[in-house]
Design a protein. Sequence first.
Length: 126
Amino acid sequence: MTRQAITTAGAPAAIGTYSQAIRSAGTVYVSGQIPLDPATGALVEGDIRAQIHQVFRNLSAVAEAAGLGLGSAVKVNVFLTDLANFNAVNEIMAEYFPQPFPARAAIGVASLPRGAAVEADAILCA
């Protein structure tokens, strides 16, 4: 099985032992993205909505680096430190993903890297 790493300066560099994404057999697995500004490496300032937008911008940048877009997403996992932000995720996600929307899970977690309030990953198919 051939694996190809996908990288882009349009999304934050990996902060651990992982790739931004891996392409394998026509499927692209995008690592979890937190709301880091790729230019500064810092968490974006602002409320939860600003963080959610940045997460989806980061996912989009990685998808584009793979020659795809978020319209190719078949599965998205969203991790929230406060599930009260679920409605904001729904509203903002609709701005980034066309219909039919991908399958999705929303998971409440105790904490995320760098103190982020939201993280998302995706599986894309060409």
